[in-house]
Structure formats: structure tokens, C-alpha cells
Design a protein around this ligand. Structure first.
Ligand code: RAM
Length: 331
């Protein structure tokens, strides 16, 4: 073999080695959701895949339990530890119950962040909120109050009773009620567990127990659809306004038929994108999670961590007759 040929063969061989090595070193990021089959999380996964493509060295494992509870989520975490993933980005079904399993993951060198629904600080390196918690709390009440000038009874249909995010929003909502919305009377909070059937039953139960109910506020994309369907089926359009946090693609028909005047949400695609971006940059040690740190998240911009290593993204966005059509095509 001529010297030149030898050189070319060696070069090709090393290039192949390099490609293999690069492939073997792809950062494995598990996007763990509260439960599978939820359109909100499927939209977040779209963003996760987008970030993976942009970063170029990421494999996404999109996973979660079938029910939105802590126990099966712990099993998912343990299996990801066994698979030796590089990072876990989780939307938690319980702030505390997941901590031991996530601590074990961190002890093994796995990067752990929470997003959407948080884990207690000792169980993760950072938490990414979709938006400011107090702002979301106030928004969900305002969405009902804006269409109730005379005030009246409202009830909350939440996700699971241990969901960190919904519980924080409801607490924030209750705080602003007396001062900012004195005519709004919150009569009950019930839990549909982000399960369509349970949410439907709970919505029916509210309508039965509170015949004067003027609005159902569901700060969950699963619950809000179930409640609007019940109001539609029971011929209560115009009497009970359903509102809360909804995915435009799933909810458009209830704005169209009048079961709801307006809902709100943030961009779930951006949220999934950002979670993966942050998990990646911590895993490859490009960024460090510490109070006060400002972290870059690609096309989404930057976030700054507070003293609990939490950050918040953009304000929620309101959807009504004027714009839901447009957004329903995006998420
Ligand atoms: C449901 C989930 C999720 C929440 C949205 C608004 O899909 O409970 O955690 O952020 O609603």
C-alpha cells in the first residue's frame, strides 16, 4: 500500500471511530412526565425533540407512568437509573415521595432537574416553572372573575392532590381571592387526578353539590376538557363557565360552543425544549445550577435561578374566541 493510500485508510478508520465514539457519547436525557397519554406532555416532548436536534448530541427517552401518582413514577426513575441515563428531567407527581429515588440517581452521577411540577430542592439540581406561581394563581381566578361581574360561587377541579404545581397555584389563588376578588366565592376544590374519567365524575359531583355554581376552574389541561364536556352534555352552557389552563388544540371546541369564555396556558413546546436544554447543559458541565446563576436556553433565551435554584419562564397567555383557532394549530 502506498503511503498516501495508507494515510487515507487510517484517516477513514479514525473518522469512523470518531463517529462511533460521538454516537456512544450521546447524552441520554429522560423526559419523565406525570402520566403518558396527556396531550400537554406530548407537546412538551415535541419541544424536547427539537432541543435534541439543535444540540446534536442528545437522545430523548420520553417516559412516565400510566397513572399520575408517585409510586409508578418511582419505578420509572429506578429503571432509568439501571439504564444509566445521563439526565432525568421530571414533572413530579409528588414533591417529597420522589426524593429518595432521585437522590439515588444524583449519587450515581445522573443530572436531575424538575420542570412543570417540582421536586423538593434536595431531590433535584434545579426546577423550571412554566411561569411565575403567583401570577398563575391570580390568572386562574381572574379568568373566572372577568366573566362574573356580579360575583358568585366557583369551584376548582384540580389534577392529583399531591401535584406540586397545581397545589402551589391553588394556594396562590386562595391568597389573592379575599382582597382582589371579594365577590368570588370558592366553594370547593376537588381532584380529578389528570384522569378523564375521574375528572368527569368530579365535575358532575360539583354540579350536583353546588346548584348555584357559576364557574368551574380547572388548572389542568385534562380536567378542563372533562369539565367542559360535562357542562356541554348537561345543557349548562351559559350557566356554568368552564375555565382554567387548557391546550388550545384540545379545547377549541369548547370556546366555539360557548362552554368556556376563555382559558390560559404557556407554550408547552418551549417548556419541554427548555427542560432538555437545561438538563443537557448541566449534564455536560457547560452550566452549573446555583442560586443567582443565569442559564442560557437556546432560542428561548435565559433564566435566572432564585435561592431555591428555581426559575420561571414567560407569563401565561389567554385564549378566547379571538385567537384560539390560530393557537390550536400549534399546540
Ligand atoms: C396537565 C398537567 C400539567 C399541567 C397542565 C396545565 O396537563 O397537570 O402538569 O402543567 O395540566
Amino acid at each position: 500500500m502506498s503511503f498516501l493510500k495508507k494515510l487515507m485508510v487510517t484517516a477513514a478508520f479514525s473518522a469512523a471511530m470518531f463517529v462511533n465514539a460521538a454516537y456512544a457519547e450521546n447524552v441520554k436525557i429522560a423526559l419523565v412526565v406525570k402520566s403518558l397519554g396527556n396531550g400537554f406532555f406530548d407537546a412538551a416532548n415535541k419541544g424536547a425533540e427539537e432541543a435534541a436536534k439543535e444540540l446534536g448530541d442528545v437522545d430523548i427517552i420520553y417516559t412516565g407512568p400510566t397513572k399520575a401518582t408517585a409510586e409508578p413514577q418511582i419505578e420509572v426513575i429506578n429503571s432509568l437509573i439501571a439504564q444509566k441515563v445521563d439526565a432525568i428531567a421530571i414533572s413530579a407527581n409528588d414533591a417529597d415521595a420522589l426524593v429518595p429515588a432521585l437522590k439515588k440517581a444524583m449519587d450515581r452521577g445522573i443530572t436531575v432537574i424538575s420542570w412543570d411540577s417540582g421536586v423538593a430542592p434536595e431531590g433535584r439540581q434545579l426546577h423550571l416553572n412554566p411561569s411565575d406561581t403567583n401570577l398563575i394563581g391570580e390568572t386562574i381566578i381572574k379568568l373566572a372573575a372577568d366573566y362574573l361581574p356580579e360575583g358568585g360561587d366557583v369551584a376548582i377541579l384540580s389534577a392529583s392532590s399531591t401535584a406540586t404545581n397545581q397545589n402551589a397555584w391553588i394556594e396562590a389563588a386562595k391568597k389573592v381571592l379575599p382582597e382582589k376578588f371579594p365577590k368570588i366565592n370558592l366553594v370547593a376544590t376537588v381532584y380529578g387526578d389528570d384522569d378523564s374519567a375521574k375528572s368527569t365524575d368530579e365535575a358532575k359531583g360539583l354540579l350536583k353539590s353546588y346548584p348555584n355554581l357559576k364557574a368551574i376552574i380547572a388548572p389542568t389541561t385534562v380536567g378542563v376538557v372533562a369539565a367542559a364536556q360535562v357542562v356541554t352534555d348537561q345543557g349548562l352552557i351559559g350557566k356554568v363557565n368552564v375555565t382554567g389552563l387548557a391546550l388550545p388544540s384540545e379545547f377549541k371546541k369548547f370556546i366555539d360552543n360557548g362552554a368556556s369564555q376563555a382559558v390560559a396556558l404557556w407554550n408547552p413546546i418551549d417548556l419541554g425544549y427548555s427542560a432538555v436544554y437545561l438538563a443537557h447543559d448541566l449534564a455536560v458541565k457547560k452550566e452549573e445550577a446555583k442560586p443567582g446563576a443565569t442559564l442560557s436556553i437556546g432560542r428561548v433565551g435565559k433564566v435566572t435561578l432564585d435561592d431555591t435554584n428555581s426559575a420561571a419562564m414567560a407569563p401565561p397567555f389567554k385564549f378566547d374566541k379571538s385567537n384560539i383557532e390560530e393557537f390550536s394549530k400549534i399546540y
